[in-house]
Design a protein around this ligand. Structure first.
Ligand code: DAH
Length: 345
């Protein structure tokens, strides 16, 4: 019996030496210590032994079990350590003495353009305002002479936060906010994010506008045209062509849209014989809406339309940035690719 145990021990030892992974190690454990394992097997036939012999064999078997258990545990630890070392070896080299990457960030082109707009208008005497992106239906539409049935309020375009509360679809609520808290004269611009349910090559669900409002005695359409022309010359340089087109906005009368010659095709409408995809062949890019403040809007804020007149405008910041930097796809602004953004450092 004693010899049997000795033999078991040495066969276990030699098998253990050959084990190189945890799966085989577990198989070895089952083979020796399992319910049908070799150690259990060895106890069979004990019935024919004397009590004294049984005691010895029992003790020796227990010692063997303990020895095997300890050896298995040590081997398991060794295998785990090997595994860890393999993983560490597979890691890319890391040199802690390398200096950190000190590449500096840059302002987003939208921020740059927005700031330039602010600066140009400030130089003309406008103040810069900031206000909420979540506004009431009244501020966004009703007070701006956009009645309940107007298509601009359609669920297609407007993102509703809750009943009567919207994500502003334009920066025009600024007009009402400003006039409600301030008596004329007013000369204010407000840059900011606006939201619409719209997404294609020239539209994103969130974009930026700069709203402007000037109210005083004797303000005319000529002041509007003069102010905006001066602004555009400042931003785009004197060779950019500008045109005003009659248009319609519920909160201005008369209304106009201003276009700038297309940045991609230089106003030709085509690039290398193919239709320009930015201006869709027209040669012009719409960058702002404007007009003389509608008397209805003045009435909504308690201004006397017999007393004062004013002009308002709302311009698209992304459009201006595309023009300024010759960017063909509006979506580049929102992808946050550092290779793109890094160019504005
Ligand atoms: N709010 C208009 C829009 O989002 C733009 C606009 C047009 C603003 C005419 C104005 C304006 O202030 O007078 O399309």
């Amino acid at each position: 019996m004693n010899e049997k145990i000795e033999a078991l021990k040495s066969s276990f030892d030699s098998e253990l030496k050959k084990i190189a992974n945890m799966v085989d190690l577990e198989a070895l454990r089952v083979n020796y210590l399992g319910r049908k394992g070799k150690v259990t097997d060895a106890l069979k036939g004990m019935g024919s032994l004397t009590d004294e012999q049984k005691k010895t064999v029992g003790r020796e078997t227990n010692e063997l079990k303990t020895a095997i258990t300890v050896a298995l545990a040590e081997k398991l630890e060794a295998l785990k350590a090997q595994e860890l070392q393999r993983e560490i070896n597979a890691l890319p080299e890391f040199d802690i003495s390398m200096p950190p990457d000190m590449t500096r960030g840059s302002y987003h082109p939208i921020t740059l353009v927005q700031r330039q707009c602010e600066q140009v208008f400030k130089s003309m005497g406008f103040t810069v305002e900031d206000y909420a992106e979540v506004v009431t239906d009244y501020e966004c539409f009703e007070s701006l002479n956009i009645p309940k049935f107007h298509p601009a309020r359609d669920m297609q375009d407007t993102l509703y936060v809750s009943d009567g509360i919207v994500l502003r679809t334009h920066t025009s609520p600024l007009q009402v906010r400003t006039m409600l808290k301030q008596k004329p004269p007013v000369a204010v611009v407000a840059p900011g994010r606006v939201y619409r349910r719209d997404s294609d090559i020239t539209h994103t669900p969130m974009f930026h506008q700069v709203e402007g409002l000037l109210v005083d005695k004797h303000v005319t359409m000529a002041d509007l045209r003069g102010t905006l022309t001066a602004f555009m010359r400042e931003v785009f340089g004197s060779d950019t062509r500008i045109r005003f087109r009659p248009s319609f906005f519920p909160f201005t009368e008369p209304s106009a849209e201003a276009d700038i010659s297309c940045c991609m095709c230089g106003g030709k409408g085509h690039v290398n014989g193919t239709t320009c995809r930015v201006c869709k062949g027209t040669g012009w890019l719409e960058i702002l809406g404007c007009g003389m403040v509608d008397p209805e809007v003045f009435k909504a804020v308690g201004y006397d339309p017999e007393e004062v007149t004013g002009f308002a405008f709302g311009l698209g910041v992304e459009r201006i940035a595309m023009l300024k930097y010759g960017i063909g796809d509006l979506r580049m602004f929102f992808e946050n690719d550092v290779r793109f953004l890094g160019q504005f450092a």
